[in-house]
Design a protein around this ligand. Structure first.
Ligand code: FAD
Ligand code: SIN
Length: 542
């Protein structure tokens, strides 16, 4: 009943980072991409605003670097930032060569503007940039016979020495993964190198822009396997998700690019409030705008603020944002004649599996790129549209590292990794408990670990999460595996990592605002928060 597969390079996830790596690695050997739903289903597919690159006539990588570092509130790794900003123009050329149809103004690429950027530098495909990239990458991969994409295959655990009878070495090695496939059994996928590209964890919150796949699986798996996990306290809330009182499921995003063309935020009294908070007003970095909205909502007792687009040119608005116009129209909001009700929602995880500049994690033969990784680029707050860029650049770095130092071929040691222990036969008859647990966890995180935090709220969250974690772990051990159960176990692990990291950092910085510690304290806290097994430490920046 146990299937064993082997491949040179195993990629977990089919968003921009995983697919880009697969495309490059297809020249080196066989590549297997495991993806837990249909191949295009990813955060990438929903990206709206675009991908940043200093290619405008008066722009420069240095200016892009300074904006990134400024947004990152003192925690960006300068070397990682240098890497992405200098590589960005090349990334755009490569994506064009692959066939991504970016929007042009005449013959040149149209460059949008977003918060925290001092120049127009957002390359986009109207308001569906991610879908255009995802489509082009999948098309390109369909021409590569050495690449196999396995849909509906959810990775459960990394295979490391932990699965052998002997004690793991100090630095574990990854031999591949156990994955629950469409066959309903857990199969073994062995590889010379494994690349985590499983994306973020927005689903840990009750209100998020992220699709349901974003359950932090890669972070949780890597943590359990002993990898270092960094900066999980820095969760980015996008300021402008569409407010819908009866919504279930992911919130629809109203791209920051809408503010980039001049949209204005107003409170329920009709007042434009952002100039009171920051001189850059609506185009301040995201942490500032989200906090300002949160403050307006709390002080006024409102459920949403308005995004006013009524003064914008009607034809060009419809041309630039056709999807936003269409989705709003389905909800009876006619743009740009009407204002849009918006609220902040969990959007992006700045932390993740810690990597070096070559996308290497602290586990041998395990690489990470894209949102799952913490590369040092984003620091305490990601600059808009730097994420797609980072995913490509670090996929390239993983490829370069593997090409220059190829991992050994699959050897006899792989035979010693036992098949999945499938002795838990109890069916998840009480599956309803799973969805209750997921909702309870999301509500705890939203209520107590949101935009503004406090010691009291975090302690309350931790107590509840630890109880849920124990119950879910017990359920997991006894019950036949399902994708829902795997995700729930990962979500609770990621929630725990976020809360532990947030409790550790006793200051306010970037996306981490603590009412008990309202100031930034560079003397003590200009460092990364790193969790490994049961240790949590501050690591100085490189
Ligand atoms: P993803 O694209 O999320 O892909 C992850 C993949 O891993 C998926 O295929 C998923 O199914 C798979 N997976 C997950 N767990 C498992 C598992 N256990 N086993 C197998 N497969 C698994 N960033 C920008 O730079 N510009 C933007 O304009 C922008 N707009 C955005 C708009 C929205 C609505 C959202 C949600 C995000 C946006 N972002 C944007 C952020 C950006 O889209 C993501 O950070 C980026 O796409 C992440 O890419 P990725 O390849 O790391 O992961
Ligand atoms: C957006 O379009 O506002 C999202 C951009 C991003 O998350 O970088």
């Amino acid at each position: 009943m146990f299937a064993k597969h082997s491949t040179d390079f195993l990629v977990l996830g089919s968003g921009i980072a995983g697919l880009y790596f697969a495309l490059l690695a297809s020249e080196l050997g066989s590549v297997t991409v495991l993806t837990k739903k249909q191949r295009a289903e990813s955060n990438t597919n929903y990206a709206q605003g675009g991908i940043s690159a200093a290619i405008g006539p008066d722009d420069s990588p240095e200016s892009h670097r300074e904006d990134t570092i400024q947004a990152g509130a003192g925690l960006c790794h300068r070397d990682a930032v240098e890497l992405i900003v200098h590589r960005a123009p090349h990334v755009i050329k490569t994506l064009l060569n692959i066939g991504v149809e970016f929007t042009r103004r005449g013959t040149v690429l149209d460059l949008g503007r977003e918060g925290g950027h001092s120049h127009h530098r957002i390359v986009h495909a109207r308001d569906t940039t991610g879908a255009a990239i995802e489509r082009a990458l999948l098309d390109a991969l369909s021409q590569r016979p050495s690449v196999r994409i396995v849909e509906h295959a959810i990775a459960v655990e990394l295979m490391t020495e932990h699965h052998l009878c002997y004690q793991p070495t100090n630095v574990p090695t990854c031999f591949g993964v156990y994955a629950l496939t469409a066959s309903g059994i857990v199969e073994q996928f062995f590889a010379r190198a494994t690349v985590l590209a499983t994306g973020g964890c927005g689903q840990v919150y009750a209100h998020t822009t992220n699709p349901t796949i974003a359950t932090g699986d890669g972070i949780a798996m890597a943590y359990r396997a002993g990898a270092a996990i960094a900066n999980m306290e820095f969760i980015q809330f996008h300021p402008t998700a569409l407010y819908e009182s009866d919504r279930t499921g992911p919130a629809f995003l109203i791209s920051e690019a809408v503010r980039g063309v001049g949209a204005i935020l107003r409170n329920s009294a009709g007042e434009r409030f952002m100039p009171r908070y920051d001189e850059r007003a609506e185009l301040a970095p995201r942490d500032i705008v989200a906090r300002a909205i949160d403050n307006e909502l709390k002080t006024r007792g409102d459920r949403f603020v308005w995004l006013d687009v009524r003064h914008l040119d009607k034809a060009s608005f419809r041309e630039r944002f056709p999807t936003i116009v269409a989705v709003c129209a389905e909800r009876g909001i006619h743009l740009p004649h009407d204002m849009i009700p918006v609220v902040p929602a969990a959007h992006y995880c700045c932390g993740g599996v810690q990597t070096d500049l070559d996308a290497r994690t602290t586990i041998r033969r395990l690489y990470a790129c894209g949102e799952v990784a913490c590369t040092g680029v984003h620091g305490a707050n990601r600059l808009a549209s730097n994420s797609l860029l980072e995913g490509v650049v670090f996929a390239e770095r993983a490829f370069a590292s593997i090409s220059s130092d190829p991992p050994p071929h699959i050897g006899a040691e792989f035979d010693n990794i036992p098949p999945w222990d499938d002795s838990s036969t109890q069916n998840a008859e009480e599956w309803i408990l799973l969805s209750h647990d997921r909702q309870e966890l999301q509500t705890i995180m939203w209520d107590y670990v949101g935009i503004v935090r406090s010691e009291l709220r975090l302690q309350r969250a931790l107590r509840r999460i630890e109880l849920l974690r124990e119950e879910i772990e017990d359920f997991y051990r006894r019950t036949r595996l399902t994708a829902d159960l795997i995700e729930l176990r990962n979500l609770v692990t990621v929630a725990w990592l976020i809360v532990r990291s947030a409790m550790h950092r006793k200051e306010s910085r970037g996306l981490h605002t603590m009412s008990d510690y309202p100031y930034t304290d560079d003397d003590r806290w200009r460092c990364d928060t790193v969790i490994m097994s049961d240790r949590i430490e501050c690591h100085s920046l490189p």
